[in-house]
Design a protein around this ligand. Structure first.
Ligand code: PLP
Length: 373
C-alpha cells in the first residue's frame, strides 16, 4: 500500500544527518529538533500554535480534555472512520454520538449533524476522511449557532486546503477550534515511529493543551490538573523536519497517481472513483473506490495473486463495533456508512508510484472485475 523504503532513499543523507545530530546532542526529549519542527509546521499550516505530541490518538484525547467537558456530554463523530476518533470520546467518559456520512464525499453528513444535536451536545469531531476536508464551512456555522467546539480529525489530511464561499483558504487542522494530526509512518507526513500534533489559534486552549500533554504541569512539579505524558521525540521531529519541505511534492505525487487511477476507471459501470469536493483539495491519503455489483473479496484475492495489496478502510462502522454497541443504535440506522463499508476498496497510494506500477495495478483491477461479469 505504501513504499517508505524508496521514499527514504531519496532523502537518506538528510534524514541520516538529522538523526545523527540528535544522537550527538543527546537531546532526545524536548530538544531543539522538536521546537524547530514545531515552528516550521506553524509556518507551513498558518496555525498560531502547534503542539507536538506522541501520536494522533493522543492529539485527539488532549484536545477533548482541554475543552472542560463533563461525563455524559455529547460529542458528534461520523460512524465511518478509524476507531480512534470515537475511542478518545468514550475513554474520557463523554458520550459519542455517531452520525452518517455522505455517499459522495464519504465525509460526515451535515444534515445528520443537525439532527443529532441535543442540549447535551458540546463538540463535533469531523474527520477529513482519506485526505479531503469535510464541509467545514457548514460545520463551523452549525457550531457557532449551537455554541459547540469543533475538533478536526485531520490525521489523514495534513496539507489539504479548504476554500470558504468568500474565497478565504485555510488548511486542514486550522479551521476548527482545535485540529489534530498523526505522523504515523504511512500518513501523508509520516515519521519513523509514532508522532502527532495539535493545532489551534486560541492562546488559552494552546496553553491548556501544552500543560495537559505535560502531566498537567506548567510550573515544574506543580500539577494543576490531571494530564498525560505525550511527546514527539527529537529523533522523530528531526525526521519530520526533513520531510516537511517535501510535503507539497509528496501531495502532488499522490494527486498524480490519483489522476492516473481516475482516468483508468472513469465511467466504468462497476466502479465509482473518488468524488472531488470543489471546496477542498484532496491530498489522497487513500485512493478509495466504491464498487458496484463486485465481489470485493474475490477482487482482493485476484489482486493479491498479482501481488497487489488492496485494503478495506473501514469494513465495520463504529455503531456496529462490539466495544461501541449501544442501545441507541441498530444496524440499518446509518445506511450510507453501512453501504460504504460493504463496497469501498482502497488501492496502493504513496509518493513513489510510477506509471508502470499504476498500469499494472489498473489493468489487473479492470481484468479482475471484468472476469466477474
Ligand atoms: C491515523 C488516524 C488516527 C490516529 O493516529 P495515530 O497516530 O495512529 O494515533 C486518528 N484518526 C484517523 C482518521 C486516522 O487516520
Amino acid at each position: 500500500m505504501v513504499d517508505l523504503q524508496t521514499q527514504y532513499q531519496h532523502i537518506k543523507s538528510d534524514i541520516d544527518k538529522g538523526i545523527q545530530a540528535v544522537i550527538d546532542s543527546a537531546s532526545f526529549i524536548k530538544g531543539p529538533a522538536v521546537s524547530s519542527f514545531q515552528k516550521n509546521l506553524e509556518n507551513y499550516t498558518g496555525a498560531k500554535h502547534v503542539i507536538p505530541v506522541g501520536n494522533g490518538t493522543d492529539a485527539l484525547q488532549i484536545a477533548l480534555m482541554a475543552l472542560g467537558l463533563k461525563p455524559g456530554d455529547e460529542v458528534i463523530t461520523p460512524t465511518f472512520t478509524f476507531i480512534a476518533t470515537a475511542e478518545v470520546v468514550a475513554l474520557l467518559g463523554l458520550t459519542p454520538v455517531v452520525v452518517d456520512v455522505d455517499w459522495d464525499t464519504m465525509n460526515i453528513s451535515v444534515d445528520s449533524i443537525r439532527k443529532a444535536i441535543t442540549p447535551r451536545t458540546k463538540a463535533i469531531v469531523p474527520v477529513h476522511l482519506f485526505g479531503q476536508c469535510a464541509d467545514m464551512e457548514a460545520i463551523m456555522s452549525i457550531a457557532q449557532e449551537h455554541n459547540l467546539y469543533v475538533v478536526e480529525d485531520a490525521c489523514q489530511a495534513i496539507g489539504a486546503e479548504y476554500t470558504f464561499a468568500d474565497g478565504t483558504k485555510k488548511q486542514a487542522a486550522t479551521i476548527g477550534h482545535i485540529g489534530c494530526t498523526s505522523f504515523f509512518p504511512s500518513k501523508n507526513l509520516g515519521c519513523y515511529g509514532d508522532g502527532g500534533a495539535i493545532f489551534t489559534n486560541d492562546d488559552e486552549l494552546a496553553a491548556q493543551m501544552r500543560a495537559i500533554a505535560n502531566h498537567g504541569m506548567v510550573i515544574r512539579y506543580h500539577h494543576d490538573q490531571v494530564g498525560v505524558n505525550s511527546r514527539l521525540d527529537s529523533i522523530q521531529a528531526a525526521i519530520l523536519d526533513v520531510k516537511l519541505p517535501q510535503l507539497n511534492e509528496y501531495i502532488a505525487a499522490r494527486q498524480k497517481a490519483a489522476a492516473y487511477y481516475d482516468h483508468a476507471f472513469a465511467n466504468h459501470e462497476h466502479i465509482l472513483i473518488p468524488v472531488r469536493d470543489e471546496r477542498s483539495t484532496h491530498v489522497f491519503h487513500q485512493y478509495t473506490l466504491r464498487l458496484k455489483d463486485v465481489d470485493r473479496d474475490a477482487l482482493r484475492e485476484a489482486l493479491a495473486a498479482a501481488e497487489i495489496p488492496a485494503m478495506v478502510y473501514y469494513p465495520i462502522p463504529l455503531h456496529m463495533q462490539k466495544a461501541y454497541q449501544d442501545s441507541r443504535y441498530q444496524v440499518g440506522d446509518f445506511p450510507v456508512a453501512e453501504k460504504l463499508a460493504a463496497c469501498v476498496l482502497s488501492l496502493p497510494m504513496h509518493t513513489e508510484l510510477d506509471d508502470e506500477q499504476l498500469e499494472y495495478i489498473t489493468t489487473h483491477v479492470l481484468q479482475a472485475i471484468d472476469a466477474q461479469h
